[in-house]
Structure formats: C-alpha cells, structure tokens
Design a protein around this ligand. Structure first.
Ligand SMILES: Cc1cc2nc3c(=O)[nH]c(=O)nc-3n(C[C@H](O)[C@H](O)[C@H](O)COP(=O)(O)OP(=O)(O)OC[C@H]3O[C@@H](n4cnc5c(N)ncnc54)[C@H](O)[C@@H]3O)c2cc1C
Length: 451
C-alpha cells in the first residue's frame, strides 16, 4: 500500500509553496484545478511522445497534471517511423500517416541488395509520420484529458532534502520566471535531460545521429514512394547503419555512430556517395543532428522522480527505435503513479515507482533490449559480419520473424524447426564470411540460448 498517513492529502506542497503558481513579481496564475482539492500533483517535463503519454495517463487517472514543453512548434530530429502496434495501442488516427512503407531494402558493404518486405501481409506497413504532427496530436490529447499544458522552459529543479517537502520547478514562460511546487515528477525531457542531472541519475553512452532532409525531383521521389533503405559498411558507419527514409514530401538521408562521432560528416558524405544516382538533383532543406542513448541510465527512479523515454535511455540497439518505447514507458509510468496513489488520493514514494513502473518495464522489455544489443555486437562489428547479415536477411523466415517482432513488439515465437534452421544459417553465414572469432562465437551462443 502506497498511502502513508503523514503524507495523506498532500501536506507536502501545501507547506512551503502555496498551491498557486507564483512568479517573483508575486503575480499568480491559476490553472484549471481539479474540483477535488489537494489531489496528487505531478509535473511532466517534456512534451514528446514519452511526456504526452505520461501526462495523458496521469490526467485520465485523476492526478493534477502539468505538462511542460519548451518548444511545441519545433520538430525533433527523427526518422518518424513507428510500428503498426503503436497505431492501435495509442489510437493514432490514420490520417496522420504521411507514408506507408511496405518495402525495406538492405544494402551490404559490397552492394549486395536484399528486399526485406516480401513477407508483409496486405494490411502491414511501417508508418512514417512527421514528428511535429505526431507530438502535437499526443500533447493535445493529454490536454483534453485534463492535463495543464504549459509552453515553458524548465530551468531548474530543486530537489527537497526531506521526503516531507515538495519538489520545486523553476521555469520561464512568456519571458517571466515562475515556480511550481509538485509532489512528484516524470522526466521526459529527452537525451539531454535536465531532470536526470538534477537527480544525479548518471550518464549513458550516446550515439550521434546526423541526417539531411533532401527534397528530390518528382521522378526520384517516386522511387522512395513506399521504400526505406538501410546501408551498412565501414564507409557509412563503423558501428551502426545509414539510411534513406521517405518523409512526407522529401527523404531523410543520414547515418549514426557511437565510436566515430568526430567523423560524422565524412560518414554522411559516404552515404550520400552511395545513393548518389538516386538523390541527384535533390535540394537539402534541413540538416539536423541529435544524440541517441545507447543504454538505460544507471538510475531511472530516485525519490519521487522517474525518468521515461530517451531521458531514461530506452532506444533499441540495431534499429535506433525509440518513439514507441518512449510513449509506452510514459504511459506505464503514468499508470503506475495513478495506481500507487489510488487515483491521486495518497502520496507516493520511491518504492512505489520502482515496483509499479520499473519492475513492469523491465519484465516486459529487458530481454528485447538485450537481444538487440547482442545482435548489434554480432552483425555491425565489421564488414564481413555485415555481409553475413545481408545474406541472412534474404531468408523469408528471418524476414517474417524480424517484421513480426518490430511491428507487434513481441519477440516473435516461431516454429522450432525453422528457428533451429535459422540459427544454423546464422552460424554458417558467419563462418562463410570468415569471422567466427571467439567474441562473435560467444555472442552467437547467447542468441542460441534465447531462441
Ligand atoms: C536522427 C534520428 C532519427 C530517429 N528516427 C527514429 C525513427 O524513425 N523511429 C523511432 O522510433 N525512433 C527514432 N529516433 C529516436 C526517437 O527520436 C526518440 O527515441 C524519441 O523522440 C524519444 O521520445 P521522448 O519523448 O523520450 O524524447 P523527445 O522526443 O526528445 O522529447 C523531449 C521533449 O522535451 C522537451 N524538453 C527538453 N528539455 C526541456 C525543458 N528543460 N523544459 C521543457 N521542455 C523540455 C523537448 O523540447 C522535447 O519536445 C530517431 C532519433 C534520431 C536522433
């Protein structure tokens, strides 16, 4: 039971800071208040997919919710690809989708090309959306569920020294400084999270992702109508992949790396060289770069603060996918707070957040993240391994299993005989490509033990 009598009904923020929002000039702003006085008050910092999903779950569950977003009009640098299951689970209207990718092409270092969408069923596709469109839809939905949406930059977070005090958020809105006292915080403020720093959550390794948005001549855009391409090779990335993704009326051409960040521009040059004939005549309309977390932070919950999405480090290896996991972690965390506080009626603590949020998250996704980590180590390490990967991708069973896992976010349970065949094919491809060194062998054994 989360409730503790001395916390009940939020003595916390009623103590040092009034329930009103104040600025230094003593101007006060009253926000839409929950009719029931002194419900649990939670601030969500960051209005991306993680923050909006958290705020929606909190507000729906009866929590007094504040969602802070510093720049609602800006698009986060992103490919904007989301899996089919997200459309259903998060009720995303189909009219928000710009493109339905039904063909994936993977190109090896020696330019061996494999088409990767052969096993898709007629209703299956990868949805491509503009982030500004998706994010603003999710934010508005959180607001209509009852969250107070603030266009504001959070500048500081004062962590209390005792569990009897509230957290105080300092923020800038309309060129004025303000403060807000809250009972708990969800940090959904992305890879450069200020909330994570404030609670000393520790660092994670990041990759850098760099991409150019290129407007192509009409005939060339036609080629990428429903096609996404992945290029692998030392030239385009020593440890990740490069891509051409179709966006609403242009393509995003980019690459990522962890170990060679200072060479990102020459890696980008290399992917442009590899796709040159297909993008010739195109005009660069935007250049963007952003960090991608490589693994979860050492601490994801401290006190009454929880981190979600990129702030927590939930991006998968191999694919660099984070939108779905951001939204999902935000929702799980929001629901956890609703449950632990009995709909906002009682105070929560660190144990509640660990039990109701972290444990549920780790039970559901720890294996998926680890599995993709091992795959990345095996297949992205050198060009011989990358050739083996592309060779394997030609196999229809591998394609079906990969797409099922991606589209539906379950480690697909396949046919035992086919699984065994797939493992044997993996090993023989690796052997054929002459790279079955000790390290790779050990990683392959780990994969074997999981199928
Ligand atoms: C180039 C690139 C391509 C990618 N492509 C894909 C893809 O195709 N598919 C996929 O699934 N993932 C992709 N990702 C990963 C994906 O973009 C992230 O995992 C996802 O955006 C995480 O969502 P989030 O809500 O946790 O954080 P974010 O989307 O980063 O949102 C954080 C929000 O917090 C706000 N904020 C930050 N600090 C403050 C503050 N102090 N005060 C107020 N507001 C603040 C920001 O303005 C932002 O809106 C890509 C990443 C990159 C870099």
């Amino acid at each position: 039971m989360a409730a503790q009598t001395y916390f009940h009904l939020h003595s916390l923020r009623c103590l040092p800071v009034p329930l009103k929002i104040q600025n230094p000039q003593n101007q006060t702003h009253r926000f839409k208040r929950n009719p029931v006085v002194c419900k649990l008050r939670v601030a969500v910092i960051g209005g991306g997919p993680a923050g909006s999903s958290a705020a929606e779950a909190l507000a729906t569950g009866g929590i007094e919710t504040f969602l802070f977003e510093r720049s609602p009009a800006t698009a986060k640098p992103c490919g904007g690809a989301i899996p089919l299951c997200m459309l259903d689970e998060f009720s995303i209207p189909l009219n928000l989708i710009d493109r339905r990718v039904t063909q994936m092409r993977i190109v090896s270092p020696s330019n061996l090309v494999v088409d990767f969408g052969k096993t898709l069923k007629p209703h299956e596709f990868i949805a491509m959306l503009r982030r500004e469109v998706l994010d603003s839809f999710l934010r508005q939905r959180a607001e209509s569920s009852g969250a107070n949406l603030l266009k504001a930059l959070v500048t500081n977070l004062v962590v209390p020294t005792s569990s009897l005090e509230p957290y105080v958020i300092h923020y800038t809105m309309d060129n004025c400084q303000h403060q807000l006292a809250v009972d708990a915080i969800i940090g959904a403020d992305g890879a450069n999270s200020r909330v994570a720093k404030s609670i000393k959550a520790g660092n994670y390794t990041t990759a850098i992702a760099f991409q150019e948005r290129i407007k192509l001549p009409e005939d060339k855009m036609g080629y990428y109508e429903n096609l996404a391409e992945m290029y692998i090779g030392n030239d385009v990335s020593p440890d990740f992949y490069a891509w051409v993704f179709p966006k609403c009326d242009h393509v995003a051409v980019g690459t990522g790396t962890v170990c060679s960040k200072s060479n990102i521009k020459s890696l980008q040059h290399a992917i442009r060289a590899r796709v040159k004939p297909k993008i010739e005549g195109g005009k660069v309309i935007k250049v963007e770069a952003h960090p991608i977390p490589e693994h979860p932070r050492p601490v994801r919950v401290r006190g009454r603060v929880a981190l979600v999405g990129d702030a927590a480090g939930y991006v998968t290896k191999c694919s660099g996918e984070g939108i779905y996991f951001a939204a999902k972690s935000g929702r799980i965390c929001g629901e956890a707070i609703v449950k632990a506080s009995e709909g906002g009626e009682s105070m929560i603590n660190e144990d509640d957040l660990k039990r109701e949020y972290l444990r549920k998250w780790d039970d559901k996704y720890f294996t998926t993240f680890k599995f993709l980590d091992v795959l990345q180590k095996v297949f992205y390490g050198n060009n011989a391994a990358r050739e083996a990967l592309v060779e394997l991708c030609g196999d229809e069973y591998v394609q079906r299993m990969t797409f099922d896992s991606y589209l539906y976010k379950k480690l697909a349970s396949g046919n035992r005989w086919e699984d065994a065949k797939m493992v044997m094919n993996t090993i023989s491809s690796l052997v054929r490509c002459n790279i079955m060194g000790r390290e790779v062998e050990a990683s392959a054994q780990k994969i074997l033990s999981r199928v």
